[in-house]
Ligand binder design. Structure first.
Ligand code: RIB
Length: 308
């Protein structure tokens, strides 16, 4: 099994389940409340770890109770965070999340310590990062840090999986250093500068490939996902489940994909596994509490096959 390093954010998620999102100036009564660990980086790292990957997670946390609780939680889970940065005098990241009755969410993040994960620190721990074969990144840490990691990985022939969430236009020279770009429709449109309604999903995927990415994975929510590179084109349907909360589903998908690829599985198998993991995730509340184990996903896939 090859090694994975995930570099990214950690947040404490404050989640309110509501019937409808509040309008500007409106006060509403929520249905329920949950505080849980989150952050796109942490969610992806924990997903890759729970789903059988050999994972190191590099993040930045404050010395406050949220930071201490996060580190304790990761330790209990068995996730290696020994290379993480502790930002003195800065609060750990938090996210305020509303989840409506359809399971859709609306998120505000206050990055705090996540913004302190600097290029300088990445250079300090460069040797340890390069022990990995696959480096997984998202966009909740400074963009300069993401660029530094992509450059280091490229110079040392390491594969990079970049999930461009939250959406951001990327520099062309960075796009060319990405092996696996995982994007949803909004993110794909932001990077390609094209509108899916105008040129279609395949058109946008082709545009991203033309920019120099090796493999594009376009996730389409309930409609599944598309993967394309110079050798393969795959369309994987989503598994039908009752959605409670979509928070963390994209992160679970990315972590699962990384874990399955690190075990040597091919694209088809890895995407089905990732879709199943994401499907289980949306049936429960919260990001990290909802990430399934590898056994759960294998059982889910077996039962689905039997049902067909
Ligand atoms: O992708 C879901 C995550 O986005 C949440 O856990 C929240 O912390 C934000 O980072």
């Amino acid at each position: 099994m090859s090694k994975i390093v995930v570099i990214g954010s950690s947040n404490t998620d404050l989640i309110a389940k509501v019937q409808e999102f509040p309008k500007a100036g409106e006060t509403i009564k929520g249905v329920s409340y949950l505080q849980a660990m989150g952050g796109k980086g942490a969610n992806q790292a924990l997903a890759a770890h729970r789903l059988g990957g050999d994972v190191k997670f590099i993040t930045s946390l404050g010395k406050d109770s949220n930071g201490i609780n996060s580190l304790e939680y990761f330790k209990k889970e068995g996730l290696d965070t020994s290379l993480s940065y502790i930002a003195e005098g800065i609060p750990s990241g938090v996210a305020m999340i509303w989840v409506d009755k359809k399971g859709e969410n609306s998120i505000v993040i206050i990055p705090g310590a996540n913004d302190e994960l600097s290029s300088g620190y990445i250079h300090e721990i460069e040797k340890e990062i390069l022990e990995a074969d696959l480096i997984v990144l998202q966009m909740e840490i400074p963009y300069n840090t993401v660029k530094t990691v992509c450059n280091i990985a490229y110079e040392n022939n390491k594969r990079v999986l970049l999930n461009v969430a939250p959406a951001k236009k990327l520099d062309t020279d960075i796009i060319q250093k990405i092996d696996i770009l995982v994007v949803n429709e909004t993110e794909a449109e932001t990077i390609s500068g094209e509108i899916i309604e105008h040129i279609g999903e395949d058109g946008v995927v082709d545009k991203l490939l033309a920019l120099g990415v090796k493999t594009v994975v376009l996730t389409l929510g309930k409609r599944g996902c598309i993967l394309k590179n110079d050798q393969i084109y795959l369309q994987i349907p989503a598994f039908m489940v009752d959605t409670v909360d979509t928070t963390g589903a994209g992160d679970t998908f990315c972590g699962a994909l990384a874990a399955e690829l690190s075990k040597g599985h091919g694209w088809n198998e890895a995407l089905k596994f990732a879709s199943a993991a994401a499907a289980i995730c949306v049936t429960r509340m919260g990001a990290q509490p909802s990430i399934p184990t590898e056994t759960e996903v294998r059982i889910f896939l077996k039962n689905i096959t039997i049902a067909h």
